[in-house]
Design a binder for this molecule. Structure first.
Ligand code: CU
Ligand code: CU
Length: 490
């Protein structure tokens, strides 16, 4: 706050400095004007790229016309100062685009077959730049290439001004979608036993639907589903059955989808013949040769992305004569959700491919949503005296489950979901790998609330728990306390 008076010598010096600066700049300005008025009009470099699916890599751009014709993810070249114009044609009805971050170049979002987008920019600096599709996972499975710009960087502020980072890359959280629906599959939603019948042909219809669903309180997420729930419907056939499987991809979908059933003996478990574009339908048949409880899932690249977003289910192939009868059957599957935002964030959460590759999920879920099976609507319910069977599978895509029921012991574990080996008996916790399943059975002797968990219990705090209520008379000879039940300590 001292010496605020202007020194007249300094004022004079600054004025002289400005004058010198203007004199120095003037000739440069004139030179630029002269240049632009010559006959050398700027060169326009034009490229056309078309999206292509099902090649190697599974999603890519292919050059159309000129030197890049037919080349997958071609190198595009230009000289400094050129105007670059890139036309992108959607070769399929899947959501794509093309971006080059450094030039803020974007084709616009394309989701119709043959839809075109154009982006144009000035190649104002030399270097190697990446063009890519910004649809989740598309870049990672192959939709990217190089733009190589050669020449000298022009000096001055012209380049510096354009080097601002792209704001489009900053993570933001949209508000939770008010139209989000429940995607939770009710664990009581189990088809009736096949029982003792002859093999037959069974037709199965499944539809891949992309649904904005409720992930947690105040949080929504864009799920991929079979028939609008996670997991998809449980399928139930018997060994020797021929299954005619029809897969539709809903017209509202932005991604292709497919199905690989682990009960299939044949290429890709069916995935090779069911890569299905939005609005299309595919079909194949298979014979159930091996009894067992099998995972099915979408197998469209990035496969882990489609699984993480909810595309998995179980198919039970009953052995000849069927399974022994029980009182209650339930259907549960475990999965991981990889959101860009931390666990507990409110809003519409985005999928993070990077977290998926790091196997670092924010949420763990039974039947699709955080704590879903602890709610009154979706909790498992049985009576004291019942025998309970749980068909349990892990969609994953990455984490192995240590499946456990707090306060119960599995009387029988059909380890690895093998229905032909003798079951293990008297088991506390059983391992279920991604793409694997188990069938567990136990009797309910004592009333109360039993908590279903993965005994990697940190996951409980990331949304992974379910309740099984057993109603009925006390059994003091088995379990008895004079104290009051606490909600803590399970
Ligand atoms: Cu794409
Ligand atoms: Cu899919």
């Amino acid at each position: 706050m001292k010496n605020r008076q202007l020194n007249p010598n300094w004022v004079a010096a600054v004025l002289i400095g400005f004058t010198l600066l203007i004199v120095a700049i003037l000739p440069v300005s004139i030179r630029i004007e002269t240049n632009t008025s010559t006959a050398d009009s700027p060169t326009v470099v034009e490229y056309t790229l078309k999206t292509v699916l099902g090649q190697t890599p599974p999603m890519a751009y292919i050059g159309v016309g000129g030197t890049i014709d037919g080349v997958i993810n071609p190198d595009l070249t230009a000289n400094v100062g050129d105007t670059v114009r890139i036309t992108v044609i959607n070769g399929d009805p899947v959501l794509h685009d093309m971006m080059i971050d450094e030039f803020n170049a974007h084709s616009g979002h394309l989701d119709k077959q043959d839809q075109e987008g154009v982006t144009e920019f000035v190649a104002n600096r030399p270097g190697e730049f990446v063009y890519y599709c910004s649809t989740p996972a598309h870049r990672e499975v192959g939709m990217q290439g190089k733009l190589v710009i050669t020449g000298e960087a022009p000096s001055g502020e012209y380049v510096a001004a354009d080097q601002s980072p792209s704001v489009a890359l900053q993570p933001t959280t949209a508000p939770a979608d008010p139209n989000a629906v429940s995607i939770v599959r009710n664990p009581a939603d189990v088809p009736p036993p096949v029982g003792d019948r002859e093999p037959m042909t069974v037709r199965v219809d499944l539809t891949a639907v992309e649904v904005v669903g409720q992930l947690a309180d105040g949080a929504t997420f864009s799920y991929f589903t079979f028939d609008r729930t996670v997991p998809g419907p449980m399928l139930r056939v018997r060994v020797g059955d021929s299954v005619e499987l029809h897969l539709k991809n809903d017209t509202t979908s932005l991604f292709p989808h497919s199905i690989d059933l682990h009960s299939v003996t044949g290429p890709g478990g069916g995935a090779v013949y069911t890569q299905t574009n939005p609005g299309a339908e595919t079909m194949f048949t298979f014979k159930g040769l091996n009894p067992g409880l099998y995972v099915y899932h979408c197998a469209t690249p990035s496969v882990a992305h489609h699984i993480a977003n909810g595309m998995y289910g179980l198919i039970l192939v009953e052995p000849e004569g069927g399974l022994p009868p029980v009182d209650k059957e339930f259907y549960m599957m475990q999965g991981e959700i990889y959101t860009a935002q931390p666990f507990g964030t409110a809003g519409h959460l985005d999928f993070s491919h990077a977290k998926m590759l790091d196997e670092d999920p924010e949420y763990f879920v039974f039947n699709g949503a955080s704590m879903a099976l602890t709610t009154d609507e979706y909790a498992l319910r049985a009576n004291v005296g019942d025998t309970v069977r749980i068909f349990f599978g892990v969609g994953g895509p990455n984490a192995t489950s240590s499946f456990h029921v707090i306060g119960e012991i599995f009387d029988r574990v059909y380890d690895q979901a093998s229905l032909t080996a003798s079951p293990l008996t008297d088991v506390q916790t059983t391992l279920v790998p991604p793409g694997g399943a188990t069938m567990v059975e136990f009797a309910l002797e004592v009333p109360g609330r039993y908590i279903l968990v993965d005994h990697a219990l940190a996951r409980l705090e990331r949304g992974l728990a379910g309740y099984l209520y057993a109603e009925g008379a006390d059994a003091p000879d088995i379990f008895h306390s004079e104290g009051e039940a606490s909600s803590a300590g399970h």
